[in-house]
Design a protein around this ligand. Structure first.
Ligand code: 6CS
Length: 315
């Protein structure tokens, strides 16, 4: 069996390291019966195309982020709500790994669209970059912030006062350079590997969100495999997932060291400053609930799960 495994990032980025770890482990554990070809962003079309190809089965496995799937699976926009997850990444790791909300009603919504989600996982805190310092909602007013295309992300940025501008991943750098957009949000490894520091003056440690994604398969393909192969794939995804938490942490650490040597000013938001943005964003939760009964159940369960994990592991 040969698997096409597509992801949304460049060579050496977090998703690429993840996909290659999966390849290494599955080829080894299946004694070569399962082989994997990894495709980076753009090789099989845009990130929206990858989602579609996963649905049709042209691609067997993919890392497909909720920021791109919101129009196909509205409930996946639970991942588009800022300040919903914890400030403690260990808490988020636990919730993304075990959540009944995500692996129950949300997974069902993926299945309805022909996608089998294996694991949700995180790629680190999101940071803002911009051509100005942004620490208050006033600073954010009218700023053209590039976002991923999902409508609830756009809505959240409107709530925070920005002028959100969805842009293809591959166009962010040029748009920043030509001032078509003023800023963007992404985890640090991606900011650094995409060289956004070359075209941005400020990097805000805003921790307004975490970047979450999901490793998933085409449903017909996956269900057509033998039980043994299904189990093996699930086992390897779990192993890679567990491994990815420290890996993303190291990548963020390396990026921070690198970016400190570049010509960009790093600004850390205080908890009071973050709180002001959080309050503005709260209506995004209400918007999400309106999507469906399932959405209401997903967010209410998830909020409880995050609270419980914080009580156990600390905030
Ligand atoms: O901002 C984006 O479009 C992208 N960010 C990350 C971290 N991964 C994939 C996606 O293309």
């Amino acid at each position: 069996i040969n698997l096409k495994f597509a992801h949304e990032e460049g060579q050496g980025d977090v998703q690429d390291l993840y996909a290659n770890k999966f390849k290494e482990l599955i080829e080894e554990k299946s004694d070569g019966n399962i082989t994997v070809d990894v495709y980076t962003a753009g090789q099989l079309g845009s990130n929206m195309d990858v989602l579609q190809s996963l649905q049709t089965g042209a691609i067997e496995i993919a890392i497909t982020s909720p920021g791109f799937s919101g129009d196909v699976i509205p409930e996946s926009q639970i991942m588009a709500i800022p300040f919903l997850f914890s400030d403690n990444l260990e808490v988020n790791k636990k919730v993304l790994n075990e959540s009944e909300a995500l692996y129950g009603p949300l997974a069902e919504k993926y299945e309805e669209k022909g996608i089998t989600p294996f694991k949700f996982w995180l790629e680190g805190f999101m940071w803002w970059t911009a051509n100005k310092e942004i620490t208050t909602p006033d600073d954010m007013k009218g700023v053209k912030m590039r976002t991923m295309p999902t409508s609830l992300i756009i809505k959240s940025y409107e709530l925070m006062g920005a002028n959100p501008t969805p842009t293809d991943s591959g166009e962010i750098y040029t748009m920043l350079q030509t001032k078509g957009i003023d800023g963007q949000e992404n985890p640090l490894f991606y900011v650094y590997s995409s060289n956004f520091h070359e075209v941005q003056d400020y990097l805000m440690d805003s921790k307004h969100h975490i970047y979450t994604t999901v490793t998933a398969a085409n449903q017909d393909f996956f269900e057509g495999l033998s039980q043994e192969n299904q189990d093996l794939i699930r086992e390897v995804v779990q192993e890679v997932n567990d491994w990815s938490f420290d890996m993303q942490d190291e990548e963020a650490e390396k990026a921070l060291e690198g970016i400190k040597t570049e010509d960009i000013e790093i600004v850390e938001l205080t908890s009071e400053q973050r709180q002001a943005f959080k309050e503005l964003s709260l209506d995004a939760r209400e918007e999400y609930k309106k999507e469906s009964d399932a959405a209401k159940e997903i967010i209410e369960t998830l909020e409880k799960e995050i609270e419980e994990a914080e009580a156990e592991l600390g905030e």
